[in-house]
Design a protein around this ligand. Structure first.
Ligand code: T3D
Length: 262
């Protein structure tokens, strides 16, 4: 792979965007590589949690604005709709819909589609040096790559609208205050804290996490009675898992459980 790295360490799959000199701006190549690795992870039972983070001082500065420079210069505008379909419309659902928990390790600035990438993940752990912006409006665009769908679900409509129409850059503390990131850790200990958090999730009962992700996502568009029914059906499945038995036995025996994802 040219623009990302991937390694598996224990139960954690580590994806690192790797164009540090361009703050990991997203190209079509990077998007394809991300999709390919996410599909590989999907089929790898050994991966129980996934981290997406950035090399260098940035998380991801969004779409690489130089990718279509020639087209803009010549006046022959790029086909943005087609580009979105071929890149982000494959990438964002792969993250949102994967049954594994995905953690964005927001090590530095996240802008535009880079912020969409972060909010497509299930949890955001940010360095206290991170900055976040819905940069799209500053170049005359609307929030794409899931920005209109995901951001209101994370921070609520009013804040999502404000961030989207101002393009305001916010720091990690403000992002935490509005629940845009789940936790903020000092830059010095960011790598260790991110690893500890990912390992903690990887040790959890993965089937229950997968069902929880799916149910929470679906419940956003269900009424209460349908949601209760789907909970009951999923809980019946969970009640038959080895992990459920292990959890109950570990509680009774006053020991830590060992979950195996079965
Ligand atoms: O076609 C479609 O699919 C449309 C889809 C659009 C989706 C989007 O994501 S639109 C939003 C795109 N992103 C942006 O508009 C953000 C652009 N970047 C910035 O505003 C700033 O770079 C940051 C605020 C993110 C960080 O500022 P700073 O001062 O910390 O760093 P810098 O010096 O601006 O950037 C460092 C390098 O990264 C620099 O390269 P150089 O000059 O040292 O060679 C800069 O050009 C490069 N870089 C940063 N962002 C991008 C980028 N190169 C290409 N594309 C970028 N988005």
């Amino acid at each position: 792979m040219e623009q990302i790295t991937y390694e598996r360490d224990g139960g954690v799959g580590w994806i690192t965007l790797n164009r540090p000199d361009k703050l990991n701006a997203l190209t079509s190549v990077m998007s394809d590589e991300l999709c390919d690795v996410l599909e590989e992870i999907h089929g790898d039972d050994g991966v129980r949690a996934v981290v997406v983070t950035g090399a260098g001082r940035g998380f991801c500065a969004g779409q690489d604005l130089t990718e279509f420079r020639d087209a803009y210069v010549s006046g022959d505008r790029p086909d943005i709709e087609q580009h979105l379909a071929e890149t982000y419309h494959r990438l964002i659902p792969l993250i949102v819909e994967t049954p594994k928990p995905v953690i964005a390790g927001v090590n530095g600035v996240a802008a535009g589609a880079g912020l969409s990438l972060a909010i497509a993940c299930d949890v955001r752990v940010a360095s206290d040096e991170a900055r976040l912006t819905q940069a799209f409006v500053k170049i005359g665009l609307i929030p794409d790559s899931g920005g209109t769908y995901l951001l209101p679900r994370v921070v609520g409509y009013a804040k999502a609208l404000e961030l989207s129409i101002t393009g305001e850059m916010i720091d990690a503390a403000e992002a935490h205050r509005i629940h845009l990131v789940n936790r903020v850790v000092p830059a010095d200990s960011f790598a260790d804290e991110l690893r500890a958090y990912a390992e903690r999730l990887a040790a959890m009962p993965t089937l229950a996490i997968a069902e929880t992700k799916r149910l929470l996502r679906q419940a956003l568009t269900l009424d209460l009675h349908d949601a209760l029914q789907r909970e009951a059906e999923a809980q019946a499945r969970m009640g038959k898992t080895e992990d459920h038995t292990e959890g109950v036995m570990a509680f009774a025996e006053k020991r830590d459980p060992t979950f195996r994802g079965r």
